[in-house]
Design a binder for this molecule. Sequence first.
Ligand code: SF4
Length: 599
Amino acid sequence: AIVARHGGEPTELLQILREVQAHLHHVPHEAMVFLYEALQVPPAQIQGVVEFYSFLSTMPRGRYDLRISDSITDQMLGSRALADDLCQRLGVKLGETRADGAVSVDYTSCTGMCEQGPAGLVNGLALTRLDRARVERIAELVEAGTPLEAWPEAFFAVADNVHKPGLLLADGFEPGAALAKVFERGREATFAELEQSGLRGRGGAGFNTAWKWRFCYEGPDEDSFCPMDKRAEVQRFVICNADEGEPGTFKDRVLLNSHAHRVFEGMTVCAALVGAKRGFLYLRGEYLHLYQPLLAVLEERRRLGLLGRNIQGREGFDFDIKIHLGAGAYICGEESALIESLEGKRGNPRNRPPYPVTHGYLGQPTVVNNVETFLSAAMIALHGGVWFAAHGTEKSKGSKILSISGDCARPGIYEYPFGTTVAQILEDCGAVDPFGAQVGGPSGTFISDKEFGRKLAFEDLATGGSFMVFGQGRDPLEVARNFTHFFAHESCGFCTPCRVGTALLKNIHDKICAGHGTPYDLAELADLGKIIKGASHCGLGQTAAHPILTTLERYPDLYAARLKETVFQPGFDLDGALEVSRRLTGRDDAHAHLAQANQ
Ligand code: SF4
């Protein structure tokens, strides 16, 4: 039934496996054999997919599958002690399934609830604001076999926590208004508005959005495809990357919860400009709670004539959007890995070029942008490029939406024009005397309190939206340690410099933190960091050493203070033993004793 519901499409493999996992609490060998026959997908691919995604398992997980976020901000709020408490109450070891199959408890990477942590997941659904009392109650509910629908609603409450709406979020939005403007202006004039706006991708890399969309619209021609593909015509796709897995980022969760029309409208504007008929929203598995509400918004847009056939009465403009759920793999936030995942494969990043904009989903021209970029594009289509470009800096136009968490009084969502200083942001969120901030998540930049005058902008501090605050008393090495473990865990294993390098970084850094490191280890960290940065295949590996390199640069004394005492007293006096030979030969070079032996 599951396969039939997904149309027997091999590209639906991950979605099918997610459902198998939800029903059987694992993906048994028999299910893989069945899927091989039903989908005609090689068994190795099925096995590879199951092993790749952390929410899938070949071994049975508990009927209650509990995962506690191990993000640094959750740790700062006491998540580790709560996980221990939970394990103790349930009589289960961390990372294992209890013998009766009732429950499993494990850590997971950031669940995107950083401002309302400590957070976790139960059977994929978000749990927020965990504390001792909630953990105790959860243990009771599990032991009683209470279905999740009967658990207290408050446990699953996810608040938006928007503290500072700005250019994009302050005003209301009428569904269809931006599309109507596009049809009024026409394609070229809308491209011109987008270009004038200076909008750059909000995922962090900052590629010019107008150029990306135009590349997709204009190329490639059909002749550039392999004739063996037998594709009658070029199809174009629009993909919204809602796989915000960067620890400390949760703004896309809020945008999808409260502004989904703007996001879907931005995708539809893109489809109108590039000529796409199909779109996907790749929703991270941790946001399962948003799946049904988003389906409802899509249905509403179909009812309003904003999706489906002949949109807004335009003969021949057909476009629809499908939601695809991820399964716990940070690397799928990388656009080519995300496309692989959408095609039902492991999320390994592709070789580039060719780029997705010409050879993306199923080898066809594809625009991939993130949630905030599509939302911004919708607002630009509505208000025009000048409206947007009037804010920000010369190279960073418009505004940036931040997810702020950590040691501050008011964690949550803040929207700022580019060019805003870190000091201003810290003041607004109620951070008292912080010693540093991580801008852009683990792959971003750690800045110390001496750098709070720096600005939010592509030309200074580029960020996908994560902004973590660290107060006095926090340990920068512990922050770097958490991030380094995260990268080692999330490395997809495709290329050696990252697969081996992140593990080595983790081990050496752990050794230093434990007080067993030497100056040699420090030098090794710096060397390894450069190698991994230069030789890795994708952005994950290229930025995996950032947490160590940036803290090493800013806090050399803290690292030095952790090193083991290295003043050794040798048990054998080599110079003394060679003294006679040196005197007899009248030499003091390394071969003096050999010369004497030959005399
Ligand atoms: Fe995979 Fe890391 Fe290589 Fe990227 S750099 S392809 S995440 S192993």
